[in-house]
Design a protein around this ligand. Structure first.
Ligand code: ADP
Length: 244
């Protein structure tokens, strides 16, 4: 694998076997994500974005294909793959009775990060929660809770951070703060994979965008090129969303 590649998938397929028939959620996906980029995975609901993320996270088992994360093959080295990724889930699930500081310490413990190697206050600063370090998590706003989830995903200093539709239900101002935190992490060298079904959001933050629809990769390019080559992209994308 090329040194500057953060993540590579080759011919990845996923078929869910259900009682009512097979669902081909990913069809032969091949792409690579470069170190240091903010990569958008864009697609309407049902496109296969969560399936893709869940395969990387080790929650869903791919049907076929190869996945390599930070130089580690997913099949041969799942633990190293896991350690290379920080995953921010869609659902807000923070324990209300702990403070952000305590939650990060617990999470670091779960990942086996030794006490003197923990970077709790550094991470809290990165996500603009340093003044909430000792507050009850239940007193945090929705946007703050999402930033806390980003912080939780970073305790083991993964080189790659994956955000699965992180702005669902977040208002404009909080969304801006969340995107600021993501950009700050990226400035520090963290490779970001960002899934969304909003073209605008992907456009605002991503260096490159991949569009998937019904399990197929239908476009992949630098954001500016993608927009230049497809001036009616917004309309095309809205139609995907309607049909998807
Ligand atoms: P997205 O995250 O882009 O909304 P998903 O990956 O959740 O898309 O879903 C892709 C397709 O796979 C959809 O048709 C969805 O219904 C189907 N799917 C997702 N998870 C399962 C599952 N556990 N069992 C069966 N079908 C599933």
């Amino acid at each position: 694998m090329n040194n500057s590649i953060a993540l590579e998938v080759k011919n990845v397929c996923k078929t869910y076997l259900t009682k009512t028939g097979n669902v081909d959620a990913l069809k032969n996906i091949t792409l690579s994500i470069k170190q240091g980029e903010i990569f958008g995975l864009l697609g309407p609901n049902g496109a296969g974005k969560s399936t893709f993320i869940n395969i990387l996270a080790g929650v869903v088992v791919k049907t076929s294909g190869l996945v390599n994360v930070w130089g580690f093959d997913l099949d041969a080295n799942p633990r190293h793959v896991r350690a290379s990724l920080g995953i921010v889930p869609q659902e807000i699930n923070v324990d209300a009775y702990f403070s952000p500081k305590e939650l990060l310490e617990i999470q670091a413990g779960l990942y086996g990060v030794e006490k003197d190697k923990r970077i709790t206050s550094e991470i809290l600063k990165l996500v603009n929660l340093e003044d909430k370090a000792d507050a009850y998590s239940r007193s945090l706003s929705g946007g703050m809770k999402r930033r806390l989830l980003v912080a939780k995903a970073m305790v083991h200093k993964p080189p790659i951070l994956i955000l699965d539709e992180p702005t669902a239900g977040v208002d404009v101002e909080l969304r801006r703060k969340l995107l600021d935190s993501i950009k700050k992490l990226n400035d520090q060298g963290v490779t970001i994979i960002y899934t969304t079904h909003y073209l605008k959001e992907a456009q605002d933050i991503c260096d490159r965008i991949a569009i998937i629809n019904q399990g197929e990769l239908i476009a992949l390019n630098y954001t500016k090129e993608l927009i230049k080559d497809n001036p009616d992209l917004e309309e095309v994308f809205l139609n995907l969303t309607k049909n998807g």
